[in-house]
Structure formats: C-alpha cells, structure tokens
Design a binder for this molecule. Sequence first.
Ligand code: GUN
Ligand code: ZN
Length: 428
Amino acid sequence: MTLFRGTFLDTPDSPFKGAHMRAESDAALVVRDGLIVARGRAAALLAEHPDEDVVDLRDGLVLPGFVDTHVHFPQVRAIGGLGMPLLDWLERCALPEEARLADTTYAAGVAADFVDGLARAGTTTALVFGSHFAGAVDTLFEEATRVGLRVTSGLVLSDRILREDLFTTPERAHAEGLVLAEKWHGVGRTRYAVTPRFALSCTDELLASAGDLMRDVPDAFFTSHVNENREEIEGVRALFGSDYSTSYDKHGLLGPRSVLAHNVHPTRSDLRLLGQRGVAVAHCPTSNAALGSGDFPLGAHLAYGIRVALGSDVGAGSGFCLFKEGLQAYFCQQLLGAEGHRLTAGHLLHLATAAGADALGLADVTGDLSVGKEFDALWLSPEHGNTLDVVLRHAGSPDDALAKAFALAGPADIRQTWVAGTPIRLRR
Ligand code: GUN
Ligand code: ZN
C-alpha cells in the first residue's frame, strides 16, 4: 500500500448540476493495487498506517489524470499549422503527414512522440483518432501499452474526397478492423473504436461496414467528426441529403458509446438526435479557434441533455494540454456574451476529467479521486519562482488556485502522473 499526501481537487459531482468542486488539503489517499481504498485527513491516515510508504505531494496540487476525448495520433508532428480553414488545413497540413504513416517504422516514432506528449500533459486516458494504416494503429496500441496509458483507438476510414493513398474499401475496413479489435479490444487498458474520418470522406457503403463492425465487436466505441465547418457541413448535406448526425445514425452508429468531435454548428434536429441517442460530444476549443470553425454552443448542448467533454484535437488544436483547452473553452463562452455559458474553474476541471471519463464509459474507473476509483492523477508542482508558483502561493482559496492553474499551467508544471497508482515514465 502507498499513502499519497497532498491537496486533492476533483469533481465527483458535476458542477453542471449545481455541485461544487471537492477540495481537501493536507489529505491522504491510501492506494492498494492501483485502487484508492481510503481517503481522509493525512494525520489520521498516517497514524492508522504507520509502516506504509508515503509519497509527499504537498508542494502543489493533485488533480485526477486528464481525459482527452479527441486527439489525432498521426498529427503530433503537424501541430501549429496556422491560417487555414478545416478543408485546406487537412489537405496541406494534416493529410501529407498522415500519409507518411504508411511506413510502420515512421509510425512507431510518431506513436512514441504522441504517447509521451499525452503523458507529459497529464493525460492518463484518451480516445485517440488512429491512422488510416493498420500497422500504424498497431504501433499506437503497443506504445500506449508500454507506457501504461488508457487508450481507446481504431483504424481511420475514408473512401472518397481525400487523397487516394488514404482510401480503403468497405470490405478491407471491416477485415482490418476486426483483426485490430481482436488483438486490442479489452486487452489491458486498450479498447477499440470504430473510426470513420468524417461523413464527408465516407460513402454509405463504408459507413454501413462501420455499422457491421460495431455489431461484430461487443462494446466497441464509435468516434468521428460532426458539424465542424460550414463548407464541410454543406458538402455532407449535398452528399447525404440530411443533417450531419443522420448520416451516421442511419447506419446505427450513434449511441451511448459514441463520441463525436466539434458539433460547432448543429441544427436543432442534430441536437435532439444526439441527446436521444446518448451521444457524447468532444468540445475542442483551441482547434475551433485555430481553424476559425466557430464558437461552440455549450448551452444548447446542455439544454438537450448532451454529454460534453474536452478534446485537444491535436494537431488542429495547439497542443496536448487540457489546462489550455479548458481556458480556451472559458474564453469562448465569455466571448459569446449573453449566449455563452458561465464557466467556473470547477466546470473546467469537470470537463477535463470526470466528464471525459463518463463520455468514454470509464466513470467507474477514473475521472475523480474517490474511494473505489483507480489512482489516475497528475501532480501540478511548478518550478519554484515561476509565475504559476507565485500565484498559487498567493491564491485565496482552492477555487482561486484552480482558476490560476487553468490560466497558467502547462506540461512543464506537471511533475508526475500516475495510472492505477503506477508512475508514468517520460522519455528523457
Ligand atoms: N475532420 C476530418 N478530419 C479531421 C481532422 O483531422 N481534424 C479536424 N479538426 N477535423 C477533421
Ligand atoms: Zn479531430
């Protein structure tokens, strides 16, 4: 057993339902076999367990490990392409790099960069958009397993509009997906997600094969993009003659294990359908701003009962850091004025942790630091004297400290992350 001693902040109950963030200072968590088996005042638990190892995390804050619900593995080396809307950015920035992952050796290097980037940012769980190449998806699962992160991912599918070297066929998509799912779905911390790139780049036949794969892989996840960019949405309407979400729904792809990224410009009927199906939406704030996609209508999602969590959307998003995504989510709602949803630091923490765990069907396992959950955590402990350190030392309350963390923290301020009680080793 190990005792972790420090100041713990988490959101076991949702601030979107009126709850307040939980904050306990000089507290301790008792962790056995990766599971939190007790929590309480440090003095009492130390007295109760005098012979156990104690990890002293009092210098800083301990938060649940972050959950990134939308991030592209092949795009880590393409971060930072500015000045283009979605479809130009895909053609000029993202897809040339994605095509390089046909070379599995190259893909393995990208997988190492990617998983290390997640871990450095304090992300312990992610729904990862894989590659168009099965060998590359294998390298991602291998690297995630080696490092110990919780990763759900799958083969990305397209058969029109994009560059042809990324195309598959309905038969190949199904066969390759099945092989990958048999190898990785439910093995250790990895799971399979059926992943058409977006309806714009998929024929009905390919989406139908994705539906078959969902039925053939019990408890598989489904992920894709929806309603991100006006030109894209017009293209989907022209091809399918329907709302964007219906292009997936008619193939049985929408349900409680479906996560759709963006949804910046939904129609009312999209919102109604996503709410009815229990779909979760990955809100990707820096990507939406960088590509000029638009302002996320958070209030409308909440009004329709749609679950919302955060995604970094690397590489259109500007990095792996969910502190930055939380801050940009806050900025976006502020800029919407009366139409924006007022967000506190507690809301941002919830979006970056427990809401993500819920979206990924892992709410029993991770997302907060309650007894019965696995100890997935990050230790925010900035270098002494840096601006975050200064403001944390002068914070008036835990809420104030958390707001300052969202304003200022980056990966360099995270000293350690754990998954199921095991420290994650970074590449040096
Ligand atoms: N839509 C289809 N592919 C992508 C992608 O890679 N990034 C984003 N942001 N949107 C997409
Ligand atoms: Zn994306």
